[in-house]
Design a protein around this ligand. Structure first.
Ligand code: FE2
Length: 290
């Protein structure tokens, strides 16, 4: 099965691939092929839990990673941490970054919908092969105090080494002093390094932020490797399968996120510059016309 998937990911899917490669629901993982009830995934423990804004305050995306196929991707949630009475089944995509010793990463995504703005939800993610700790988040709602609106932390250039602001942002996120993070480029330094372990380390380090408030990502030059493949495959942004350019509304603001990197990394083709430009014009037209 793994050889088949390897073939699929490497040869049938074009190199410049901007969509997540979701595994079929009816797949049979390697460990199940062994037909031994005592054998499960070699690494089914979820990690790198992060939420992102779904483009509407009633929608939240939850993303996490495992190092083996857990077959199911589940979020259990509820307004009481002792009673996670709601459950949603997500999807799993496989990610091979084409590094020399490319690691199999399983990226799980689930959408929580019909959330009530202002309500706090407790949740954990995983499958019968491993569950995360229980975290919580509050569905986005405009503040009554602090001058109204929303409070954003906007920054770029945060790496796994010497991340001096990490502790402060983590504490503010957990105390409800921030509503959302906008990380505007340059993650981990770099996510592709050490066969992607640097990316894994970074996403573990930000989990005490990203598990509590939406962590929104914009691509930077440090994500250039293999046409931004780590950025495309690891994150889940609204109204986009690739995270490279997208837009969303929150409150009175229309947020437009796009890549200035396309102009510097033209070895992957000029078509993405045009594609993005066309999208931007249409997005702004629609926004102004609304
Ligand atoms: Fe930078």
């Amino acid at each position: 099965m793994r050889i088949f998937l390897y073939f699929l990911v490497y040869f049938l899917i074009p190199q410049i691939c901007w969509t997540h490669q979701y595994l079929p629901i009816d797949r049979i993982p390697d460990w199940k092929l062994k037909n031994d009830g005592n054998i499960g995934p070699s690494y089914g423990q979820p990690e790198q839990i992060r939420i992102s804004y779904g483009g509407d305050p009633s929608v939240s995306f939850v993303t996490w990673q495992t190092f083996d196929d857990t077959l199911q991707s589940i979020v259990e949630y509820g307004s009481d941490w002792k009673f996670l009475n709601q459950s949603v089944l997500g999807r799993c995509s496989v990610f091979l970054d084409r590094n020399k010793n490319s690691v199999w990463r399983y990226i799980h995504r689930a959408n929580l919908t019909a959330l009530v703005p202002g309500q706090t939800y407790y949740y954990h993610v995983g499958s019968e092969h491993g569950w995360s700790p229980i975290y919580f988040f509050t569905a986005l709602k405009e503040r009554r105090n602090d001058g109204g609106g929303y409070i954003y932390a906007v920054y770029g250039d945060l790496g796994v080494e010497n991340g001096r602001s990490l502790g402060t942002i983590q504490k503010m996120a957990q105390r409800g002093e921030l509503d959302m993070v906008l990380h505007v480029g340059d993650f981990a330094y770099n996510m592709d390094e050490s066969n992607g372990e640097t990316g894994d380390e970074f996403l573990r380090q930000i989990e005490p932020i990203s598990a509590y408030i939406p962590y929104m990502a914009t691509v930077g030059n440090h994500e250039y490797f293999n046409n931004f493949t780590h950025f495309v495959n690891r994150f889940t942004m609204p109204n986009s399968d690739h995270n490279l350019f997208y837009s969303y509304d929150l409150g009175h603001a229309h947020f437009v996120v796009f890549s200035t990197e396309f102009y510097f990394w033209t070895q992957w083709g000029f078509h993405q510059i045009k594609h993005q430009f066309d999208w931007l014009i249409e997005d702004l037209k629609a926004c102004n016309g609304a």
